[in-house]
Design a protein around this ligand. Structure first.
Ligand SMILES: NC(=O)C1=CN([C@@H]2O[C@H](COP(=O)(O)OP(=O)(O)OC[C@H]3O[C@@H](n4cnc5c(N)ncnc54)[C@H](OP(=O)(O)O)[C@@H]3O)[C@@H](O)[C@H]2O)C=CC1
Ligand SMILES: O=CC(=O)O
Length: 290
């Protein structure tokens, strides 16, 4: 099977390499062309534009930063739409349901096929083929691309109509962003009140609120080390989109709103390109208490 792949950031690069390792032919495109070089060494071909990739491949996957990037790659000059007639497009970026629906409707109107398939799981699960895939849209297309999803992920869900994948992903990430802030406050409180925060990690890990994120991020947060797996600016984008979903559905989300403010503060401190766990740094502002 041959796939096009648009977007070689942290996630896209790992996912495209996985496809190549498992024998898929992959034709890549990235806005910053130099990021294609490493994948060429793994056997990828390079397309000059999104349009040329779609023209060449029956199936094209996109893994792009945000709604504006997802729309630009489809609708702009030399974009996906130019050769979409009879072709299949799978957008795995995290976007809102409106963005995904707009892309879906336009692609279908031009004779193409569309599946949204955002993923849960970060850089390491992407490298290890252990993502959780949240697909929705064209069920026949979903069934056709399952061999690729089986390489990229440990489990795929088909969630029905376009928009449901985007919504599920945002719900998961708004919980994750809120949890990260609660965790960060707890680590800081432990430290400032004279406890060993490393011991707190051990205590948490043995109890009912033990989870993979605390386990993975706790030790690096205690070392003030925030090498980006999931960039903070992307987590804040997901909080923003999830809060908008809350607005639409009249769901009061005070915890998520407060967490979003903390991520915004972190961005204003210049931490947007670091891992989302760098929100921890917002609690380290000078202490003026007496
Ligand atoms: N990192 C993670 O842990 C996870 C991320 N996600 C989601 O996956 C998506 C990708 O995330 P990630 O790989 O971390 O992000 P990165 O910032 O590493 O990569 C973003 C990609 O989008 C491209 N891009 C940005 N703007 C445009 C544009 N206007 N036109 C064309 N291409 C553009 C970038 O190109 P260029 O190289 O030129 O900048 C790059 O290829 C996001 O939606 C994110 O929320 C989902 C699960 C986990
Ligand atoms: O979107 C991020 C993730 O870890 O999932």
């Amino acid at each position: 099977m041959e796939f096009g792949f648009l977007g070689l950031g942290i996630m896209g690069k790992a996912m495209a390499i996985n496809l190549l390792r498992h024998g898929f032919k992959v034709t890549i495109w990235n806005r910053t062309l130099s990021k294609c070089d490493e994948l060429v060494q793994h056997g990828a071909s390079v397309g000059e534009t999104p349009a040329t990739v779609v023209k060449k491949c029956k199936y094209t996957i996109a893994m792009l930063s945000d709604p504006s990037a997802a729309l630009s790659v489809v609708f702009d000059k030399d974009g996906v739409l130019e050769h979409i007639n009879g072709k299949c497009y799978i957008d795995m970026s995290t976007v809102d349901a409106d963005t995904s629906s707009k892309i879906s409707e336009t692609i279908k109107a031009k004779g193409g096929y569309f599946l949204e398939a955002p993923v849960s799981g970060s850089k390491k699960p992407a490298e290890d083929g252990q993502l959780i895939i949240l697909a929705a849209g064209d069920k026949a297309l979903y069934d056709e691309v399952l061999p690729a999803f089986d390489v990229l992920g440990k489990k795929s869900f088909f969630l029905g109509e376009v928009g449901n994948g985007a919504k599920m992903k945002l719900v998961v990430n708004v919980i994750m962003g809120s949890m990260m802030n609660a965790f960060s406050e707890g680590l800081t409180l432990a430290e400032r009140s004279g406890l060993n925060p490393g011991t707190l990690l051990d205590v948490l890990d043995l109890g009912a609120i033990s989870n993979g994120m605390f386990k993975l991020k706790g030790p690096t947060m205690l070392q003030n080390s925030y090498s980006p797996a999931f960039p903070l600016k992307r987590q804040q984008k997901d909080m923003r989109l999830a809060l908008a979903l809350g607005d639409e559905n009249a769901v009061s989300m005070p915890v998520a709103a407060a967490a979003n403010e903390a991520f915004k503060k972190a961005r204003s401190m210049g931490l947007g390109d670091l891992d989302f766990s760098a929100v921890h740094e917002t609690l380290k502002a000078p202490d003026h208490s007496s």
